[in-house]
Design a protein around this ligand. Structure first.
Ligand code: SAM
Length: 391
């Protein structure tokens, strides 16, 4: 968190940059977030990213050992008279976000220990379904000057869907490929915003005390939106969300009460050049791909009825039946149900759990599914090296 800024003027609700409410995309709505959110239509945005006031409760000036002042967040926008007031405010804008989100959309919140637990409780009370919390570990956190607590080196993000049944976007394959084929984890390491990325005012001071790093938004938007989606940020600040959204071919809507911040954000976003469409292509998600049931693999003769499937360690052996089910002594069912049963779990992805044997080696049956899609004309032929013959 950064330096004290000169007091910016809160704007009259609904003033300034947004001229056409019906086409509010790619605009900053200058005003109070609750007023502005209430004007947005139901079920209209794909993602909300919210970086709300932290409610830091700073009671006195904090000094470094050399007596220089620490630039904490002591701006009026971060001050609330009590936890109750903060909770009322939080529940008001979160309920509006849930209303404007599409049913299959999602929301990200970011906060520190001062507010994130209150945000999480409010989310669950309002019916949101938490998908993950993510720890943003800061490479270069501010030290703990008094030496009386641990260095506060992270912020917490919460990713939630508006409902347990939401079919939210998660670009799993793209993330994994970009992470050298390792699943992306929930602990992220990024530096705080500094260098040329940090906006400065005419006096060379930080334009905003809590400008977030673009890298953080880059990961969030790539992971949980698609090009052309609309991302809403009700606490826009310097417009980090809008700048990254524009670069990544997403639409954005920003709400910010402070005219100085809104102006800085507008100027910043105007300079951003969007990436080309081809640079933004991501691998299709497995869920969006054409479906091939396991029974079809048997019908196509790619696995013979009576042959055996194993888990990766060969500790379980199941028999393939002619109807596309699997059986172990005492139990029979789909590849998914039987995979769950033998592990004593409630669910299992049978495609990745079960393996067939060929040439003394085990291969995932998921490879047969890919091959079946080619046989059925559902996807284009893949390079031969990625196909393993089952016959
Ligand atoms: C934590 S900062 C967001 C910083 C932003 N993520 C960035 O990267 O620049 C919170 C912002 O919310 C704004 N804000 C606070 N209360 C607001 C309200 N009721 N309506 C609209 N904006 C508000 C503040 O002016 C501040 O710029």
């Amino acid at each position: 968190m950064g330096m004290r800024r000169r007091a910016g003027a809160p704007a009259a609700a609904g003033s300034s940059f947004a001229r056409d409410r019906a086409l509010a995309r790619n605009r900053i709505l200058v005003g109070d977030c609750l007023d502005e959110l209430r004007r947005l239509p139901d079920r209209s945005v794909d993602l909300v990213f919210a970086d709300p006031p932290y409610n830091l409760q700073l009671s006195s000036e904090l000094l470094r050992p050399n007596n220089t002042r620490v630039d904490g967040v002591d701006d009026a926008w971060d001050k609330f008279s009590s936890f109750e007031e903060y909770d009322r405010f939080t529940r008001g804008w979160l309920a509006e976000c849930r209303r404007v989100l599409k049913p299959d959309g999602a929301l990200w919140l970011i906060g520190s220990y001062h507010n994130v637990f209150r945000l999480g409780t409010a989310l669950q009370d309002l019916g949101f379904w938490i998908l993950n919390d993510v720890v943003w570990r800061k490479v270069n956190p501010m030290p703990n000057f008094r030496g009386r607590r641990f260095t506060n080196a992270h912020e917490t993000l919460i990713w939630a869907a508006p409902d347990q049944k939401s079919r939210y976007t998660f670009n799993y394959e793209g993330l994994k490929s970009g992470n050298e084929d390792v699943q992306m984890r929930s602990d992220w390491l990024f530096p705080i915003c500094s260098g040329p990325e940090r906006l400065k005012d005419e006096g060379g001071r930080k334009a905003h005390p809590t400008q977030k790093p673009e890298a953080l938004l880059h990961r969030i938007l790539l992971a949980t939106t698609n090009p052309g989606d609309t991302v809403l940020d009700p606490f826009f600040g310097t417009g980090t969300t809008g700048a990254v959204a524009k670069k990544l071919g997403r639409n954005w809507i920003g709400i910010e009460r402070d005219t100085d911040y809104a102006k800085a954000a507008e100027e910043r976003i105007a300079k951003v050049k969007p990436l080309s469409g081809s640079a933004l292509e991501t691998p299709p998600s497995k869920r969006a791909e054409p479906r091939v049931p396991f029974g079809t693999i048997v019908e196509l003769g790619m696995l013979r009825a009576g042959s055996a499937l194993f888990d990766e360690r060969r500790s379980v052996r199941a028999e393939v039946k002619a109807d596309g089910t699997l059986a172990v002594p005492g139990s029979r069912g789909s590849i998914h149900r039987l995979g769950a049963v033998v592990q004593g779990k409630s669910a299992c992805n049978g495609w990745t759990f079960w393996h067939y044997e060929q040439g003394g080696k085990l291969h995932s049956i998921d490879e047969l599914r890919e091959r079946a899609k080619v046989k059925l004309g559902l996807t284009a032929e893949r390079p031969a090296t990625t196909l393993i013959a089952a016959e």
